[in-house]
Design a protein around this ligand. Structure first.
Ligand code: ACO
Length: 332
């Protein structure tokens, strides 16, 4: 990797991809004992996207990455690093980032996955920014991608209604003297909640057996109320921490791009930060919870439709399995 003058990084381009197939709440109510009303009122979700048969996480990551590279004016061959936040990679080994690197025709730059669940994209942003800051990378591709529909138990109404598939990406390059830059990032994990949201089987502790598969041990298990309680508190604190590091008050933020897990969580964070909900980029109604992809998908949408403008201050915050959570403040 190149050795460069240390400088902050900036987001030079964003991209996103969601599969075409739409699964509505009404569709789900024909599969499990649920209703459009319950899902909308408890979560804010109306529909989500589902990958087509044969489509891989790396395919979705590729589409989002190409779009971000084009927006940034960076060639895949110019990348110094690829970081992919995912917990639903194509296969346990190798990293999704390695497969993405090959599909992009990039390399031989370092390419690795970050398993921080919903916080994976912000973790990747922080890692990429650190490498640019220390002068050992110039162009870093950060991706959040999840193909959660393949790791859900479609008979479990407490989880299957919540999630969707998708990918988002951003390209980091060295910041210029004035203009956009990553102002602050903060990362956290509390392993005491490791079993509040997890996939128990299929790892080295519990290799899969036919009985394990029949009992859906290879699918997502979640105690949603455990996560809900800590999510509001931790996301608010992480947001305050990153803002303090960036030297900003909540009122100085132009846009908040939160992880889209539950509209009620987002609303409660907004009220604790004393910010109006219309300053939040929200797309959970259309995509559900796409885990690590949710922030870069929402960010890309708001950049492309002109809500987020150059010079705007953007706060991002996410929390998911681990539990791991993270925040970032970026001047676009
Ligand atoms: N349809 C109808 N009823 C349901 C459904 C459903 N899909 N799911 C649960 N219920 C029932 C429950 O069985 C329960 O019934 P009971 O009272 O008879 O026992 C009732 O609804 C209430 O269930 P709760 O779990 O208490 O509902 P809650 O209001 O907490 O909402 C939810 C559940 C939406 C999961 C919420 O807890 C939540 O959003 N949690 C946080 C999720 C999160 O942020 N996860 C982290 C990110 S994901 C990642 O990292 C990959």
């Amino acid at each position: 990797m190149p050795s460069l003058q240390p400088t902050a990084s900036r987001i030079a381009g964003t991209g996103a991809y969601v599969p075409e197939t739409v699964l509505t709440n009404d569709d789900l109510s024909r599969r499990v004992d649920t209703s459009d009303e319950w899902i909308r009122e408890r979560t804010g979700i109306r529909e989500r996207r589902i990958a087509r048969d044969g489509e891989a996480a790396s395919d979705m990551a590729l589409a989002a990455a190409r779009s971000a590279l084009a927006a940034a004016g960076v060639q895949a061959s110019e990348l110094d690093m690829i970081v992919v936040g995912t917990i639903s990679a194509d296969m346990p080994l190798p990293a999704c980032a390695a497969i993405l690197q090959q599909k992009l025709g990039a390399g031989p730059c370092p390419a690795f996955d970050v398993a921080a669940a919903c916080a994976g994209f912000v973790y990747g942003l922080s890692i990429g920014d650190s490498f640019v800051r220390q002068g050992s990378a110039r162009r870093v591709l950060v991706v959040g991608v999840e193909l959660l529909s393949r790791v859900l138990n479609w008979a479990d109404r407490t989880t299957c209604v919540l999630f969707g598939d998708g990918a988002g990406a951003a390209v980091l390059v060295p910041a210029e003297e004035s203009g956009g830059r990553v102002l602050a990032t903060r990362l956290y994990t509390d392993g005491n909640f490791a079993r509040s949201l997890y996939i128990p089987g299929g790892g080295s502790l519990e290799p899969l057996t036919p009985e394990g598969i029949a009992a859906a041990r290879d699918k997502v298990h979640m105690i949603g109320s455990d996560i809900f309680k800590v999510a509001v508190r931790n996301l608010t604190q992480a947001s305050r921490d990153a803002l303090e590091l960036a030297g900003l008050t909540p009122g100085e933020v132009d846009w908040v791009v939160p992880h889209q897990a539950n509209l009620r969580i987002i609303s409660q964070v907004a009220s604790r930060l004393e910010l109006p909900l219309d300053r939040f980029v929200i797309d959970i109604d259309r995509y559900g919870n796409t885990s690590s992809a949710s922030i870069p998908i929402a960010l890309d949408e708001a950049v492309r439709d002109g809500r987020i403008q150059p010079g705007h201050s953007v706060l991002m915050c996410a929390l998911g399995a681990g539990i791991s959570w993270a925040s970032a403040v970026v001047r676009m």
